[in-house]
Ligand binder design. Structure first.
Ligand SMILES: O=C(O)c1ccc(O)c(O)c1
Ligand SMILES: [Mg+2]
Length: 629
């Protein structure tokens, strides 16, 4: 599969962009005219730069306001085209994109436009160039690829073809099946972009909110399947106008872009195996059975406080690593690991982020296959030297530079706790609190990173993203989006902080980066759990009494039940799917905390309660400006 991306998709000057694009593994690049115009090197030099990086220029674009012009504008348009043809020949690219005319001067008429394209085709052919026509969703007369195709068909010239851009077709909800009957040799290139569903002016939506296929809400896969049905086997080229990407890291955005194309190709191939699209073979998305463990890094001084917190939550010390300072705390199917090694990655993470949950392990159907897929999607493999007797656990780098491990039940990874650890009897074991599994893992990151990690997880494991929810923190908005599988055995909530004053923003600022901010454990009986926790000396996060008054009124709860919730500081939510109960710990250290949930059919995450628990959690943060305790 040949991949390309338009320079307009990334931030930086042309040479920064080209370098990031090549490094991410793209085969080609669309030169967006403005990126060239503001660059000081000659067209020839730009062409050389691209080829030196091992890529080709797939397209030069855009050429605007061409077809259907009355004289004398028409002649001037052809002169302008000849100038651009000169430039393309110097640069060494043979394809130019003409987007549909938006000029008020443009005259309509398919035949008039076709005649103009026929003449342009003649001129292009003389120089060995080709012209692709794209219908802009807001074109004056042409804003539908079906009309653009009709013009190309009538132009009847081998050097004139069609360019399909998923955004223009999907933003207008045009039936993608209309693509299936277009002869593949008349499709000169495919441009791809997704976008979040926002009701706004098409041009503004397109120029500011496009994102990578799979990051938004448009049916880009359906579009691509229709394209593949034509037998198209050429370039897939990203053209992403996005304000955030323009200001982001060009290399990170380029990596996301290539991942999005590989994942898209993979889905097409799986759903339409007969398609000619040459897609690299890779294992399917991993099926996740659950979060097998979460590992914390701490130093010897801080570990006892963390251990005490785990114990108050009903976790017992269960195993000690045979050669490392690593201890496992267990309750139900939950394994919490504390690593106080002075060397290796845990120690390096501690040096940068302090006490933090720096790694997690997913129990998948096939750990090796999961790693293979992750690497095929451009994830960064994580490896660390092994001591004698240790087994290699496949892993990649995840959110905030942390580690995501893969385990499975069909290899010795299933017995990691027996192979690498010695079981221990905990003499001071607390009363178990009925916590059974990790319900969800919450990762906090900057808002700009949300799309990256959504795509990371959804392309790697069998899980889907849910719509974005705005969480109101007294100090600002935090955007929250969930990746979850159908079984509910994997739920990752991601919170994107827009400023550093929110609870989420503070966490990032104080721990020097993104990471796991909280873990939610599942119980089948929240009230029994609350009682067991109290017996262990656990002090829950205290919730304002005003919350319970409102709750009682909002849901028409009976007073006794509301009092019971209040007495235990349990938050409550209810919707069509069922009932939800939440109990929180205060924040630990720089904003890390724990949650206990009971789901009675409920599928959500208690978004309505977020404002209340955030306000309560914030009271436990040290005031800004004070040094660390
Ligand atoms: O927004 C635009 O003008 C524009 C230009 C060229 C394209 O290929 C496109 O999809 C949009
Ligand atoms: Mg386009």
């Amino acid at each position: 599969m040949k991949t390309s991306i338009a320079t307009v998709s990334l931030s930086g000057d042309l040479s920064d962009k080209l370098e990031a694009i090549a490094k991410a593994g793209f085969d080609g690049v669309e030169i967006f005219e403005n990126d060239f115009l503001i660059f000081d090197e000659s067209p020839k030099e730009v062409g050389r730069m691209v080829r030196d990086l091992g890529m080709e220029i797939t397209l030069f674009q855009p050429f605007r306001d061409f077809e259907g012009m009355p004289e004398p504008l028409r002649s001037r348009t052809f002169d302008r085209a000849e100038r651009k043809f000169d430039l393309m020949q110097e640069m060494g690219t043979e394809l130019v994109l003409v987007c549909s005319n938006v000029s008020p001067a443009a005259l309509g008429g398919l035949d008039r436009a076709a005649a103009d394209f026929h003449e342009l085709g003649e001129r292009a052919a003389r120089r060995g160039l080709r012209v692709g026509y794209e219908a802009l969703a807001w074109g004056r007369h042409i804003h539908d690829h079906r009309d653009a195709w009709e013009i190309v068909r009538r132009a009847d010239h081998p050097n004139i073809g069609l360019i399909l851009d998923s955004f223009h077709t999907l933003s207008r909800k045009i039936d993608v099946n209309s693509i299936r009957s277009i002869p593949k040799e008349k499709i000169f290139i495919i441009q791809l972009a997704d976008a979040p569903l926002i009701d706004m002016d098409l041009l503004y939506w397109s120029r500011h909110f496009r994102n990578m296929p799979g990051e938004g809400d448009l049916p880009v896969l359906d579009f691509m399947k229709a394209v593949a049905a034509t037998g198209y086997d050429g370039y897939l080229s990203l053209e992403i106008f996005n304000d955030q990407f323009r200001g982001g890291s060009p290399s990170a955005i380029a990596v996301d872009g290539r991942r999005s194309l590989i994942y898209l190709g993979d889905q097409v191939k799986r759903q339409q195996p007969e398609s000619a699209l040459p897609v690299p073979a890779m294992p399917p998305r991993a099926v996740v059975e659950g979060i097998a463990f979460v590992e914390f890094t701490a130093d010897e001084d801080e570990a006892p406080a963390l251990e005490a917190l785990f114990k108050s939550l009903g976790f017992s010390k269960a195993a000690r690593h045979k050669s490392k300072r690593v201890t496992v705390f267990r309750q139900g199917a939950i394994n919490l690991v504390i690593n106080t090694e002075q060397k290796g990655f845990a120690s390096a993470s501690y040096a940068v982020h302090g006490t933090s949950a720096y790694a997690a392990g997913l129990m998948v159907d096939d750990a090796k296959a999961a790693l293979q897929r992750a690497v095929a999607l451009g994830a960064e493999r994580f490896e660390q030297s092994l001591d004698a007797g240790e087994i290699e656990m496949p892993a990649v780098r995840g959110v905030g530079g942390g580690v995501l491990y893969f385990l499975d039940r069909k290899t010795e990874l299933a017995r990691i706790w027996e192979i690498e650890f010695d079981a221990i009897e905990d003499d001071a074991a607390p009363q178990p609190a009925g916590l059974q599994s990790i319900d969800h893992m919450a990762q906090t990151m900057k808002y700009e990173e949300l799309l990256t990690w959504l795509l990371f997880y959804t392309s790697l494991v069998e899980a889907e993203k849910t719509p974005m929810v705005d969480i109101v923190d007294p100090s600002g908005i935090v955007r929250s989006q969930v990746v979850e599988n159908a079984q509910g055995s994997l739920r990752i909530t991601m919170n994107g902080a827009e400023n550093r004053n929110t609870l989420a923003g503070r966490f990032i600022a104080e721990t020097f980066g993104s990471g796991i901010q909280h873990l939610a454990f599942r119980t089948d009986d929240i009230f029994a759990t609350a009682a067991a926790l109290a017996a262990n000396g656990f002090v829950p996060l205290s919730i304002s009494p005003n919350y319970y008054d409102d709750l009682e009124a909002r849901f028409g709860l009976d007073a006794e039940f509301a009092d019971r919730l209040k007495a235990n500081n349990i938050l409550y939510d209810r919707d069509d799917s069922g009932e939800y109960f939440q109990l929180y710990s205060p924040t630990y250290g720089e904003g890390l905390f724990f949650e206990i949930v009971e789901r009675r059919g409920y599928r959500g995450y208690g978004a309505a309660n977020a404002i209340f628990r955030i306000a309560a959690l914030r009271k436990h943060l040290r005031p800004p400006g004070l040094p660390r305790a």
